[in-house]
Design a binder for this molecule. Structure first.
Ligand code: NDP
Length: 495
């Protein structure tokens, strides 16, 4: 037995290793060394978790719990997460290398989703339908879907899980969670709080392991009604195709190539800060990264120089230290992918204005770091402007006027988010209307809330998370017809 910390799955309320007895090491991105282990599950473990979730959905206390009682459980879970936020954040940082400052703030905010959806649980209402037929009473019920599989990525494991778990439970579903194999520990730690909150056994289950093995087995399972997925577009498309074969419900959040647009009338201090935080927060590993900085040509040189000057001051370091501003990349394959994109950009003729490699500081040698990197004179046709890099790499692209800004902004397969920096409110409203993305920020960037629907246009995804729209993704409508008249005159023509 290894001396690493071990985190177990929870299936049917019980702690579980995998049937095979195998483990996956969880690596610390700052040291590159293993710090914990999680069970390496297979299709048999996946099936056991789905069956437990299905049992909990169809019988047992959850199936008959009132919506008000469900809401109370969610709110109790919110309070427990708030209590343990620091501890959960530290676990996430060991796993994904993001800044403790950011993860702790994120974990303190996560309870709001459970409070919000806990409050919504008993406000899910059907309706009475006006009838065009005499003596007929027609009404609708809003019902849960059944077993929901939540597949989550490594960049913000608990936040992105919460966006699925809170509405799924509020609507009355049961859940099987498949976290990324790279960052499973905080999800497994959360399960202790789910138990402490008093959720009945089997309502929330976890299965850790490799996506192609255990993830695919979950999506394939006939008792699964819905898959809620966040990750890359290639895996998202595979999950969508697999779910389609069984006509399952799907929501997909698949990242983007978001334009962050600076007009020459913007408050330049704010716009430069927005550009920096848009791309370098979380070392660029966010679906909403403002990876294409579109700058009006009249201020292009000035903005480029100022963004480079600020980015050059970034303090790279141990993500656990509060003074660190840029941490490592979460996984070694992702670090290699980011470095590969930097080479591609150089080969395409983009001008490297900053960074472009790994840092030379020996104190960072064990971690998977990439220097904050900025390319100027990028054409929107280059791969660096078209594909999601998911790292601290910014492409600066010039434009002449509003029309050209819109054309470049929308010339992408993605449509998750965008930013507009201007003092002209007419322009702000017009741009918000013309840009094809699920979120538009004006004179800010990265704002998200439990109250605000979030999701993608085009290849950035299907469905919405957060806000009232999110609960609809976990419900289906049943229409009930009650004939109040007696006597059916003709058995061959029933109305
Ligand atoms: P993936 O999309 O492959 O991973 C996301 C989740 O899907 C993980 O839990 C993964 O498990 C799981 N998974 C993988 N294959 C399958 C499958 N066949 N069936 C079901 N589930 C599966 O992301 P990667 O880690 O490969 O990252 C690739 C790129 O995706 C990144 O470079 C980035 O561009 C993008 N990305 C976008 C995110 C976003 O927030 N929208 C988040 C993360 C990545 P496992 O990790 O165990 O393989």
């Amino acid at each position: 037995m290894s001396n690493l910390a071990r985190f177990l799955n929870t299936v049917d309320g019980q702690p579980r290793e995998s049937y095979s007895g195998r483990w996956i090491a969880s690596l610390d991105p700052f040291t590159g060394k293993a710090w914990a282990e999680v069970p390496q599950c297979g299709a048999d473990d996946a099936a056991a978790a789905v069956e437990a979730a299905h049992r909990a959905f169809t019988r047992g206390p959850w199936a008959t719990l009132t919506a008000t009682a469900r809401g109370k459980l969610l709110r109790r879970l919110a309070d427990l997460i708030a209590r343990d936020a620091e501890k959960l954040a530290e676990t996430e940082v060991r796993d994904n290398g993001k800044l403790l400052a950011e993860m702790a703030a994120q974990l303190r905010y996560v309870p709001e989703w459970f409070h919000y959806f806990g409050g919504l649980a008993d406000k899910i209402e059907g309706g009475v339908i006006p009838s065009d037929k005499a003596d007929m009473f027609t009404y609708t019920r809003r019902e849960p879907l059944g077993v929901v599989v939540a597949i989550t990525p490594w960049n913000s494991p608990l936040l992105l899980l919460t966006w699925k778990l809170a509405p799924a439970l509020a609507a009355g579903n049961t859940v099987v969670i498949k976290p990324s194999e790279f960052t499973s520990c905080s999800t497994l730690a959360l399960m202790d709080l789910v138990k402490e909150a008093g959720f009945p056994d089997g309502v929330v289950n976890t299965v850790t392991g490799y996506g192609a093995e255990v993830g695919a087995a979950l999506v394939e399972h006939p008792l699964v009604a819905k898959v809620a997925f966040t990750g890359g577009d290639a895996t998202g498309a595979a999950v969508y195709a697999q779910a389609a074969r069984h006509i399952k419900h799907v929501t997909l959040e698949l990242g983007g190539k978001s334009p962050n647009i600076i007009f020459d009338d913007a408050n330049m201090d704010d716009a430069v800060k927005g550009a920096i935080s848009g791309i370098f927060a979380a070392s660029g590993q966010t679906c909403i990264a403002g990876s294409r900085l579109l700058v009006q040509r009249s201020v292009y040189e000035e903005v480029s120089q100022r963004v480079v000057a600020v980015a050059a001051t970034a303090r790279l370091g141990n993500p656990m230290e509060r003074t660190t501003q840029v941490g490592p990349i979460t996984t070694q394959p992702q670090r290699d992918k980011v470095l590969g994109f930097i080479d591609i950009a150089k080969g395409e003729g983009a001008r490297c204005l900053l960074g472009g490699g790994t840092p030379k500081d020996p104190a960072l040698a064990g971690g998977w770091f990439v220097e904050p990197t900025i390319f100027g004179d990028v054409l929107n046709t280059m791969r660096i402007a078209r594909e999601e890099v998911f790292g601290p790499v910014l492409s600066i692209i010039p434009f002449e006027d509003e029309d050209e800004a819109v054309e470049i902004a929308n010339d992408t397969i993605f449509g998750l988010a965008s930013g507009v920096w201007t003092k002209d409110m007419r322009r702000a409203f017009k741009m918000a209307e013309r840009i094809r993305s699920g979120t538009v920020w004006v004179n800010t960037y990265r704002a998200v809330s439990f109250l605000a629907p979030f999701g993608g246009f085009k290849k950035s995804g299907i469905g919405r998370e957060s806000g009232q729209a999110a609960i609809d993704e976990y419900l289906q409508t049943k229409c009930v017809w009650i004939n109040l008249a007696e006597g059916i005159p003709d058995p061959f023509i029933i109305r």
